[in-house]
Design a protein around this ligand. Sequence first.
Ligand SMILES: [Zn+2]
Length: 326
Amino acid sequence: MGSGKTEFSARVWRDSQVLLKKNATVVSHTSSGHADRRKVFFVRTFLDEQRFPDYPSDALAYRSGYERLGPNLARIRNSFELEQLIEDHPEAGTWIIDEASFYEERLVYVVRQASEKLGLCFIFPTLVLNFRSDIFNPTARLLLEHATDVFPLTAYCEHPDCVEDAFYTYRWYQVKGKECPAPFFDPLIIIGGDRASDDPSQPNYCTRCDQHHHLPGKEYTYLTLMALGEAWVRGDSGRLERELTALRDEPNESLLAQSLEGSLEVCRNTLLVPFLAERALVYLAHERNLLDEAALHSLVGRLNLDRPFLARRLADNGKVLQNSLT
Ligand SMILES: [Zn+2]
């Protein structure tokens, strides 16, 4: 996706390489204790492991090229591994932490302490808003709260007819050659969907302006889907099951389709996205906590929903089940 955040990181790296060639007299301006802010370390999440298969493992890859960082690049899983890295590399004064929102909130305080005690400088090239244009998660909120500077990176809207600035992350699926926006209730995190894909079950992302950022089904989610989930909890199972069955077999007959009557054609294309019933169920079970595990198993069995898809999406979002779905 063309937000420009990796280009930004690469520029910091290139600037550091220029500054490292300066005379030793500059050290007093760039150092605190053992750390020299000209020495840059790039930290990437383990979730990205499959993302750059065509580049060397130490490459910082962006749209128009890549930089090789050698030993100054590492992958971590959590804030504890970041603490260890900082301890192992006391000379590094500038730390670029890619996709910092993907880690637990603790990372924000690890960084804050390292910044205060060791004088380290941290840069977080990260998207702050998710595809629903909401703050990505509690970690993103804390990062914004504690940041001393925030530089919004804008890009052009990637819609072919548009030259406006874009601030929003747009998630869409390509089904039979058509642009199909993700429904509002699509799972928050889908791991692995970062490259252009014509596989209708894998999301595509791009940056879009307000006018071309489509998010169908928001009203339906709050007005209808959640009400059906709450009714199910109270023992009225029929209505939720009828809607999930319609989403599975005949999306055009669903209440979702009804709610989209009169919408733009591109918004109605969301009805072509596969696994709509499964996506709705992940939303109710995981994000809204409306269905416990027993209820989830029972519904999946009765409606014969796609178990591998559900298991993958629940795992992506950190939902641990006692009994596997598959
Ligand atoms: Zn646009």
